[in-house]
Design a protein around this ligand. Structure first.
Ligand code: ZN
Length: 456
């Protein structure tokens, strides 16, 4: 009976949340993050059931999937029932892009392209008006989580054109937050720095390696980025913390260079949702009104809380191309311990690496980016890349090619550094700076840096 009494309240709350999300001009939003966990779960479950009903009745892909697996969406009544729906893979979206469209083409107002896994055709993600409003809401609340307010001038260092979703999301979110937004876009370090000097900037959203380049450019030109007045760095695309949530050396350097706090985020075009760190910076908070998160093992079974596995997401409320149980290929874990900020939502730990890049080495698993991240930011280390090969016995062979800045940075120094930071010492080959640059930046004129070559 208590449940019956509470139902109208939940429904009312969901309606308020829905209105706040889909009304681009909403000035306030229903904040359920501080509600008791049971209430959060109730609301999230109802939103999930709405989402599943919508996908099962509007998306050709899910209509077929549910029919082929003899699933009646009305039988899904709890969060646990979600596991009866098969996973959706990136390859499904590449192969059957049109089947995911749950509205008529007339309702599409924006088309995003994301890179395909195999490097062939990109995946198309079509968005409706309501999806764009949702995207803006998502980024508004993510920025707010990082402490960005309408007093901030926010530099967006991500492409806003060429059908990228990220830059668009940051722009819309910043606007909705009523911050002053600078569309730096995919400019060079020099362009960004000059823009910042023209319009005093207090926050930056971008890839950490680009923030480092901007700082380096400033210093090389006699300026001091720490005096710019930037207080928040919202890091996208690359993790800035290790498995224990400690800042990696490169991120520590960034904080010093800018005299600012760095906030890690996790998002992708398929997620259309951001996990952003709060002021406590102990993992990215989940927004229960926007996404359902699962972590699964190699067999697709849920892992216990705190154990690492593949990130699987169901972004809620998307109307153009709804997804259910999308396998991201990213590896992380969930943090359920209470956060000192008072939010009652779970958090996503840093992304440790891509599932297909996981290396098995001397009885442990390691990701190539962890090897590079352990060294980057150290002035003795110039740069490097990791190669993986297969041994005859099926185990992985890991070779680090490293170029050093100083002569005292010997092979032994590298081995000690890696042993201390990641407890694993791969084979090491000392290389010249030019050779490393040639390999790492061989695509797209230094824009894209590749530090892992899988030869297995
Ligand atoms: Zn928190």
């Amino acid at each position: 009976m208590i449940f019956m009494n509470e139902l109208p309240t939940t429904k009312r709350k969901i309606k308020t949340i829905h209105n706040a999300i889909t009304d681009f001009h909403a000035s306030t939003y229903a904040d359920i993050q501080y509600s008791p966990p049971q209430e959060i779960q109730e609301i999230q479950t109802q939103l999930l059931l709405n989402h599943i009903e919508y996908a099962a009745t509007h998306s050709p892909f899910y209509k077929i999937l549910f029919r082929d697996h003899a699933i009646d969406y009305r039988d899904i009544k709890t969060m646990a029932d979600l596991s009866s729906v098969p996973f959706t893979r990136k390859s499904d979206m590449t192969d059957k892009s049109n089947d995911f469209l749950a509205v008529s083409e007339k309702d599409i107002v924006d088309v995003c392209l994301t890179s395909a896994t195999t490097g062939s055709d990109p995946t198309i993600i079509s968005q409706t008006q309501s999806d764009l409003a949702r995207l803006a809401y998502n980024e508004e609340v993510a920025f707010a989580m990082a402490g960005i307010t309408d007093d901030d001038t926010l530099l967006v260092c991500a492409a806003l054109d060429r059908c990228f979703m990220a830059g668009l999301a940051y722009f819309l979110g910043g606007v909705r937050l009523n911050a002053r937004v600078l569309r730096g876009g995919a400019g060079s370090a020099a362009q960004h720095w000059h823009l910042m000097k023209t319009v005093n900037t207090t926050a930056i959203v971008g890839v950490p390696s680009l923030m480092a380049k901007i700082a380096r450019y400033a210093m090389e030109n006699g300026d001091d980025p720490s005096e710019m007045g930037v207080k928040k760095l919202v890091a996208i695309g690359e993790p800035v913390r290790d498995e224990q949530l400690n800042l990696i050396p490169a991120a520590q350097t960034l904080e010093k260079q800018w005299n600012a706090k760095i906030f890690s985020t996790y998002a992708s075009s398929e997620l259309a949702t951001t996990f952003c760190e709060c002021q406590e910076r102990r993992g990215g908070h989940l927004r229960p009104e926007l996404i359902v998160l699962e972590i699964v093992d190699d067999d697709g079974r849920p892992v216990p809380t705190g154990k690492t596995g593949e990130v699987v997401v169901t972004p809620l409320g998307i109307t153009g191309m709804p997804l259910i149980r999308f396998k991201t290929g990213d590896i992380s874990y969930i943090i359920e311990t209470p956060c000192a900020c008072g939010r009652k939502t779970s958090r996503l730990a840093p992304i440790l690496g891509r599932k297909n890049q996981m290396l098995k080495y001397k009885g442990t698993t390691i990701f190539p980016n962890a090897i590079i991240a352990a060294l980057e930011g150290n002035s003795k280390f110039y740069g490097g890349y990791v190669e993986a090969k297969k041994n005859d016995d099926g185990t992985d062979r890991i070779i680090l090619h490293a170029a050093m800045n100083t002569s005292d940075a010997t092979m032994e120094w590298l081995q000690n550094e890696l042993r201390a930071k990641i407890r694993v010492v791969p084979e090491i080959i000392l290389a010249g700076k030019k050779a490393v640059d040639k390999k790492v930046y061989r695509f797209e004129k230094k824009r894209k840096r590749i530090t892992f070559f899988d030869l297995r």
